[in-house]
Design a protein around this ligand. Structure first.
Ligand SMILES: N[C@@H](CCC(=O)N[C@@H](CS)C(=O)NCC(=O)O)C(=O)O
Length: 223
């Protein structure tokens, strides 16, 4: 059996794995997991990921969860030539990627704090505190990007996939991301990746429309 990704297209950790699979041009199968139908808590899925979360990735006998571990594994196992720069072997470079991968969990947690399902399904607005927590995260990313093209230096790495997957979703959830020109330039760079639209762009457009209809039916959606 080849690689199978258990995926939810809205999920940031899931999209970071999909970006890595696409970056490596690997062959794989996608099995969508419908969280809204509770598929992630059904016994069949819990056999694959006992924590009942997406993503999960099966590769032969390996059953993996935790997006950061999965994307590190994919590079360790499959990256060749120039793709190895996505998670460099040099310990002095690799540690910078690891650092950013750990920080990307904080960005994801701040994103979850906005309660995206409540926003998208019930039109609930997040509290000022939650929005400020997200803005603080974005400001921190902006500071760390100063003088650099990507989070771990001037080369794209899996750390960019991990944070970017949350930041693109945050962009449609909050009106004011703050003054973050480095983040905006970084996002434009990420948008040029040949797989960005397929992995992130299309689903974000769909979710932005959904959100618009719930929160503010009269306002036109801008992309
Ligand atoms: N640390 C995990 C987080 C995974 C996660 O929280 N996924 C969410 C979707 S974005 C999920 O499956 N939530 C369902 C639940 O917690 O019940 C990772 O990076 O893979």
């Amino acid at each position: 059996m080849g690689i199978v990704l258990y995926h939810l297209d809205a999920s940031p950790p899931s999209r970071s794995v999909l970006m890595t699979l696409k970056a490596l041009k690997l062959e794989f199968e996608i099995k969508p997991v419908d969280l809204f139908a509770g598929e992630h808590k059904k016994p069949e899925y819990l056999k694959i990921n006992p924590r009942g979360k997406v993503p999960a990735l099966v590769d032969g006998k390996l059953q993996l969860s935790e997006s950061r571990a999965i994307i590190q594994y994919l590079i360790n196992k499959y990256a060749k030539g120039a793709d190895k720069a996505l998670y460099p072997d040099d310990p002095d470079k690799r540690v910078l990627v690891d650092m950013e991968l750990y920080i990307s969990e904080i960005v994801f947690e701040a994103f979850l704090g906005l309660n995206p399902p409540a926003m998208l399904l019930k039109g609930e607005k997040p509290s000022k505190e939650k929005v400020e927590a997200v803005q603080k995260c974005l400001k921190d990313i902006n500071d760390r990007l100063e003088g650099k093209q990507y989070l771990a230096g001037n080369t794209l790495t899996i750390a960019d996939f991990s944070s970017y997957a949350s930041v693109v979703f945050i962009k449609i959830l909050i009106d004011d991301m703050g003054k973050i020109p480095n983040v905006e330039a970084w996002m434009q760079r990420m948008q040029k990746l040949p797989y960005d639209d397929e992995v992130n762009g299309q689903v974000m457009k769909k979710l932005a429309v959904m959100l618009q209809e719930k929160l503010n039916p009269k306002k036109q959606t801008q992309f």
